[in-house]
Write a protein that binds this ligand. Structure first.
Ligand code: SF4
Ligand code: ZN
Length: 319
């Protein structure tokens, strides 16, 4: 005998949300998910009428759900999907096809930035550099920088990313473990402009779990990638993820409670305490973009020059 949907009463309540002990049918689940995202957006005042936003898309479940929900809920706000082609064999092409299809479905423009065409290297080139054991760190630096820069260059007002509840709980947990207070303070649902070239960042999915994002994308039939990146360093972070998931198993509302106490109670105290020594912002002598490093190239320029030098060297060696 099927259990009834708590919202509409039909019998196919396929979805069970343990944290709120709610059984829902797919239709009600999708509507509720969209409502949650709109609620997050209102709560943190993420959008305004005159916005013209960029949405960072990757072909994954989170960013595809994000683009779909934003586009559906805020029809009048101009939106541009931004995809960075990292040049990872098979994977990047596969993801590009997914985001192209997404852009067709929601009828929003897609901007594709190719690392190879624009900068002359691809992510696999890091294999022969000092970043060989931290490919994701180099890749992450590049993506963060470029999403900001592209948004700025296109004259958009904000950039939306698909970070969800699980990602954020994990990031906060890691910052605690490492005592990285600076990172902790930047992990906000809405990071406003701190410099003319530092675009405001919004995370409308911050209230949705991994599972909710996946189910949403699946029920809506959104195009999402089925291949994984060969450089993924999941094994590194998997233990911490497991610990958090164990906690959530024993205490279904753990992640929601953790994050809401953090934003509501702890973050304001941290911000007040650190007000006087806010990190200064400088301009990178190479690219002119904002950086926390004084008089030195920004992280992005450092990473890029490392890989380009390496490429040059191997080109010379092979004649
Ligand atoms: Fe980049 Fe790592 Fe993601 Fe691959 S898994 S796309 S290397 S961040
Ligand atoms: Zn720079």
């Amino acid at each position: 005998m099927g259990m009834r949907c708590k919202r509409c009463g039909v019998k196919n309540s396929e979805v069970y949300l343990a944290y709120s002990n709610l059984r829902l049918c797919p239709e009600c689940f999708m509507l509720l998910t969209e409502r949650k995202v709109r609620h997050t957006i209102e709560k943190y005042k993420m959008l305004s009428k005159d916005d013209n936003i960029g949405i960072a898309v990757s072909g994954g479940k989170d960013s595809s759900s994000l683009a779909y929900i934003l586009s559906k809920s805020f029809e009048k706000i101009p939106m541009t999907l931004i995809y960075i082609d990292l040049g990872i064999p098979e994977y990047s092409q596969h993801c590009l096809e997914k985001v192209k299809e997404l852009s067709r479905i929601i009828d929003r423009e897609l901007v594709v930035y190719s690392l190879e065409k624009e900068l002359g290297f691809r992510i696999p080139d890091f294999k022969s550099t000092i970043y060989r054991r931290k490919m994701c760190s180099a890749c992450g630096t590049i993506k963060r920088y470029l999403f900001n820069k592209i948004t700025y260059d296109l004259g958009l007002t904000k950039i939306a990313t698909g970070h969800n509840l699980d990602d954020t709980v994990e990031a906060i947990f890691n910052s605690y473990i490492e005592g990285n207070v600076g990172a902790l303070i930047r992990l906000k649902p809405f990071l406003p402009k701190t410099h003319p070239k530092m675009m405001p960042k919004i995370k409308p999915l911050i209230g949705l779990t991994d599972m909710e994002c996946l189910l949403y994308a699946e029920y809506r039939g959104l195009p999402i990638r089925t291949l994984g990146c060969r450089f993924s360093e999941r094994s590194r972070t998997i233990r911490r993820k497991e610990i958090l998931n164990l906690l959530a198993e024993k205490m279904p509302s753990f992640k929601h409670t953790f994050i809401s106490s953090h934003f509501r109670r702890l973050l304001p105290c941290l911000e007040a305490a650190l007000k006087d020594h806010e990190t200064k912002i400088y301009e990178c002598p190479i690219c002119g973009m904002p950086t926390s490093l004084e008089g030195a190239p920004c992280h992005f320029c450092k990473v890029v020059s490392t890989v380009l030098k390496r490429k040059e060297k191997s080109a010379m060696e092979s004649g």
